[in-house]
Design a protein around this ligand. Sequence first.
Ligand code: HEM
Length: 317
Amino acid sequence: MDNSSLDPNLAGQLQKLQQKYAAMGQDLSSYLDGLLYADYLTYWDYIHLDTLLSLQNPKTQFPDEKVFIIYHQITELYFNLVLWELEQIAEKENLQETFFVERLDRINRYFELLENSFTVMVDGMEKEQFLKFRMSLLPASGFQSAQYRVIEICCTDMINLVSRDNRESFQEYSDLEQQVEHLYWRSGATELASGKKTLTLQQFEEKYLKKFKETGMRYRAKNLRKIYLQFFPESEPVKKRLRQLDQLANVLWPLAHLKSAARYLKLDPEDIKATGGTNWQKYLPPRFQRIQFFPELWTASETEEWGKAGVLKAIGN
Ligand code: HEM
């Protein structure tokens, strides 16, 4: 190739490209032809905008149902970003404190955004519309968010996700299958009157329980708590961020979420039917479950007070 009239930078780039393609037995010139005919990349194709905006399909005529759908989708996307960071931490070879701290900051930032934006639900829909369109969506519920559960499993050991009554009776390293039987959320979404599992819970367990067990096995030695205890047990910057994460994921987001349940479902017993009449008032407040991803970072009195501040305000008492 005579590159004499070419800009030396360009010639250098061409040479590198040729080497790259030759290494795979490919002819660069054919690929350059392809480049000649290819369209320029557009913003809308790159982020699949048309597809993205085709994914909102309300089941009713109520305009606010679109707000409800899109905000759930936004939340799932942020959950996905959280999982992306958790995975990178878990897979990182020779993990350094700076990397760890920066990734924890990202995770906390996503949760803060979710906490602060929950007003879109709390204040952003007409109650009359909500109570009607919600009935058309039964038995589907945000309760069935699998990503939320996977985040929990990637953040801590399964023992810390066991219901409070049963947590004491397990050893941390006892059978994971047994711990999964007593996961705290398996007593949520139960019928208020009979205590029976709702269809919401039954279908969720049927679809995802196996995946949760597998994830628990995979993250046994590399969940956030394990990584912290193994590599950075004395690091103050790490501990500070893990405490923030515990608050955000297990108190502040749940409280922001609880406010929406209180706003739409609390007053009238008829309204409560909009969730199928579940035990949510006894289940959702964080002080009942007392889930902590990093229990060793909290004092006995902090644990005792877990989620208390703010909860009464959140449910309007
Ligand atoms: C007006 C808005 C909302 C209301 C009234 C509401 C109501 C509820 C209720 C009552 C429960 C308890 C389960 C049950 O009894 O059926 C629940 C659980 C849950 N919801 Fe929502 N929700 C709302 C928005 C959202 C959004 C936007 C998300 C985001 C994905 C979400 C995710 C969840 C999750 C993850 C749980 C399980 C929480 C836990 O196990 O601690 N919810 N929701």
